[in-house]
Design a protein around this ligand. Sequence first.
Ligand SMILES: Cc1cc2nc3c(=O)[nH]c(=O)nc-3n(C[C@H](O)[C@H](O)[C@H](O)COP(=O)(O)OP(=O)(O)OC[C@H]3O[C@@H](n4cnc5c(N)ncnc54)[C@H](O)[C@@H]3O)c2cc1C
Length: 427
Amino acid sequence: MRSIVIGGGVAGLLAARVLAERGPVTVVERDTGSGARRGVPQGRHLHGLLDRGRRIVEELHPGFTDDLVAAGALTAEPLVDTRWYMHGRRLHPTDTGLRSVLASRPLIEDVLRHRTLAEIVCATAVSLELDAGHVRAVGLADGTVLPADLVVDASGRASRLPDWLTEVGLGRPREHRVDVDLGYATRLYRRHPGDLGGDRNALVSTVPRSRGGGAMAVEGDRWLVTLAGLLSDHPPVDDAGFRAFAASLPTGPIGDLVAHAEPLDDPVPYRFRGSRHRRYDLQRCLPEGLAVIGDAVCSLNPLYAQGMTLAAQQATALRSWDGHRARDLHRAIGRLCRAAWQIATRADLALPEVPGTRPLPARILDSYVTRVQRVGHCDPVVARALIRVANLADPASALLAPSLLARVLRPGADRAIHHEQRTWMAT
Ligand SMILES: Cc1cc2nc3c(=O)[nH]c(=O)nc-3n(C[C@H](O)[C@H](O)[C@H](O)COP(=O)(O)OP(=O)(O)OC[C@H]3O[C@@H](n4cnc5c(N)ncnc54)[C@H](O)[C@@H]3O)c2cc1C
C-alpha cells in the first residue's frame, strides 16, 4: 500500500511512522525547514507534551524521550519539579507517577523528523484525485500528481480538505466550534541554574478568569515564557506591555522571571479564535482511502495542551485500522476527538462570556471540577488525581471515584491549609 501524508507536523510525522509498517510513505510538506518553521506558526509558543502523548510516542519511537534529553530537554515530575498554579494558588506538591518532558515544539518535531522512515517531499498539495469513490492521487502546486492508495490529511487547522471535497461534489463536513478569542505572546530568556530558587524547571498558571501563562525550561539553557489571555484580553508584544501583563498574573513567579531574566528575542504573538471539530465521522459521503488526522480534524484551545497527544492517539487508531472501510477509521478518530473536545470546551464554557449551550448536568460538573481544583491546593491526593486526568493518564471519571468525591466534598476541604503548607504556597 502506497500512502501519502499531507503535512509533516507532529500529526503527519506520527501518521507516517505507523503507515511505514504497511508500505512506502511520502510526506508532502510545504515547509521542510527545521527549527521554528513558518509552516507551523504556533511552534514558537509553549508546547507541553502530556504524559499520555509522550508514552504513545515512546511506544512508536522507543528512545524518543532520551533523544529529547540528549538534545538538552529536561524531564520533570509534574507536581514536584513544576509549580502548578490554579486560581492563583499552587497545587499541593506530590508524586504523580508521571514524567513530563520539557522541550520546545521545534525540538520535538526535529526528533520525530530524524526518526521518520518516510520520504519527505517539499511541495504544496492542492487537490485530491478520485476514481470510483476512492482517492487515487494527490495533486501538487507544480502540477505533479502523486498516486496513492491511502491519503492522510495532516495539514493542520487551515486544511483545505473541506474545499477539495466540495469541489468534487461531496460537500463540507459539519463543523463544531467554541470561540474563545485567545491571544498568546511568547518570549525566550536566558536560563541560569539559580533562577526561581533553582529547584523548578517549569511554572504553569492556568487562566482563572482570563489571564494565565507558563514558563518552561527548554533546551539551550533557555526559558520559554508564554503569556495568554482569553476573550480578547491579549498580551502585548512590546517589551513594557509584555512585562506589565506578566506582572498582572495572579501568580508572582512568572512576573518575577520576566522582570529579571535576560530576553533573547522579541515577543511573538499568536491569535487563536476558537476550538474546531470537523465532523468527518458524521459525513455520509467520503471517499475510501482518505484519513484526516491532527488539527485538520480537531483543533483545541491550546491552554489544555492536548493537541499533540490527541494526534498521537489518532495515529494509534490509524495503526489499528484494517485499511478497508474509511468510515470505521473516521468513527474511531471522532470518538477520540469528542473525548478531548469535552475536556477543552467544558472548561471554556465555564466562562459566561463564551458563546455556547450549557446543559444543567455540565454546569453541576463544572462547579465540582472548580472545587476539585481548590481542594487540590490543600490535599495532595486530590492534586495528584487532577494532574493525572489533565495529563490524560487517567480518564475524567477518576475524579468521580467515591473515595475522591468524599475528600473533595468534605466541608472545609478547600480551606484546610496546614502550617507547613504556608511555606510552599507563598512561593
Ligand atoms: C498557540 C498554540 C499552542 C499550542 N500548545 C500546545 C501544547 O502545549 N501542547 C499540545 O499538545 N499541543 C499544543 N498545540 C496544538 C499543537 O500545535 C497541534 O495540535 C499538534 O501539533 C498537531 O498539529 P498538526 O500536525 O495536525 O498540524 P500542524 O502542526 O499545523 O502541521 C501542519 C503541517 O502541514 C503543512 N501543510 C499545511 N498545508 C499544506 C499543504 N497544502 N501541502 C503541504 N503541506 C501543508 C504545514 O506546513 C505544517 O507543517 C498548540 C497550538 C497552538 C495554536
